[in-house]
Design a protein around this ligand. Sequence first.
Ligand SMILES: NC(=O)c1ccc[n+]([C@@H]2O[C@H](COP(=O)([O-])OP(=O)(O)OC[C@H]3O[C@@H](n4cnc5c(N)ncnc54)[C@H](O)[C@@H]3O)[C@@H](O)[C@H]2O)c1
Ligand SMILES: O=c1ccn([C@@H]2O[C@H](COP(=O)(O)OP(=O)(O)O[C@H]3OC[C@@H](O)[C@H](O)[C@H]3O)[C@@H](O)[C@H]2O)c(=O)[nH]1
Length: 348
Amino acid sequence: MAKESSNGDQHTITRPPPTPSPLRFSKFFQANLRILVTGGAGFIGSHLVDKLMENEKHEVIAVDNYFTGSKDNLKKWIGHPRFELIRHDVTQPLLVEVDQIYHLACPASPIFYKYNPVKTIKTNVIGTLNMLGLAKRVGARILLTSTSEVYGDPLEHPQKEEYWGNVNPIGVRSCYDEGKRVAETLMFDYHRQHGIEIRIARIFNTYGPRMNIDDGRVVSNFIAQAIRGESLTVQAPGTQTRSFCYVSDMVDGLIRLMGGDHTGPINIGNPGEFTMMELAETVKELVDPTVQVKIVENTPDDPRQRKPDIAKAKGLLGWEPKITLREGLPLMEDDFRQRLAVPKKQNN
Ligand SMILES: NC(=O)c1ccc[n+]([C@@H]2O[C@H](COP(=O)([O-])OP(=O)(O)OC[C@H]3O[C@@H](n4cnc5c(N)ncnc54)[C@H](O)[C@@H]3O)[C@@H](O)[C@H]2O)c1
Ligand SMILES: O=c1ccn([C@@H]2O[C@H](COP(=O)(O)OP(=O)(O)O[C@H]3OC[C@@H](O)[C@H](O)[C@H]3O)[C@@H](O)[C@H]2O)c(=O)[nH]1
């Protein structure tokens, strides 16, 4: 049996998907979907849980080891009859009965994924293997949150899904970007060999409320710095570009991908592209025009440019982002001001 994936390749499936548990066909289970979100206490994961919980037919199980996530992000759901939170590390097997798996567990900020690179690669490889094993056992559909970092320091611009990337296999970022590349490979091998229903999202830089204030990624750094009246730290040369997607758009894209018919990989991101200097100037203008911008040293292998081609997401999922950077930054500023307890000055 051959099935066409969304990037046009023919993938031979040697075995049909395993039969789901008989409970899936009982009246109750037909009406309800039990959904696992790994990394559910993190930034994107907790927003995804919020959105999934809005549907009264969903039961959500969030799993997290709290390395970069926090129970606080899910506090409004703790004790809810349709919600469960499990402290668990995905490098260990997990036995639950679910219909869908959103597999997000993995530190995403470079300072955190480089902190313990061996653990990062174990999370990407062993963690994804464990979640695929779970999907295989229970017949669940599984979505992996891969990353634009699979394109490395891209030589093609903007990046289409067909581009194979330009990745340093032995650099300090490799635990994350090569880890995600192997995770994608595992997804397709389980799909071809075992007939598992897979979905792969290649997420481009995402920002929004609830990011860790000390997360270390550029948008959260600049907003926190501007609120605290500190200089905005633009890493040299400042001409490198990124494309920033607001978190509600991202969650909408992930849910559409899970519900649709296409395996992916599909880029999910906002094609609006900015240099880091432009981002700093925009944050300065919106948050506090009196703060300074300073150039600081960069880290090795920083990609010089990044912008998603989202033709596939538009055509296959009917998805495109709605929130511009200028609309999203103030929403994030409000959340950061609340958490830092620094109200906006009247004259700002
Ligand atoms: N935010 C982005 O810009 C972006 C871009 C590309 C891809 N992604 C991917 O999206 C996913 C979520 O990213 P995020 O921005 O919400 O990051 P995040 O760090 O806020 O969330 C990751 C969550 O995974 C948990 N986690 C990490 N290792 C784990 C393990 N071994 N077992 C169980 N839980 C573990 C963390 O505690 C955290 O709650 C990640 O897979 C990331 O690679 C994010
Ligand atoms: O304070 C800072 C932090 C970062 N930067 C720059 O901002 C750019 C973006 O850096 P970030 O740390 O936010 O994130 P990166 O784009 O490097 O990696 C991200 O890519 C996509 C996801 O997979 C992950 O969330 C993360 O790896 C880089 O060019 C970096 O040099 C600054 O100029 N100042």
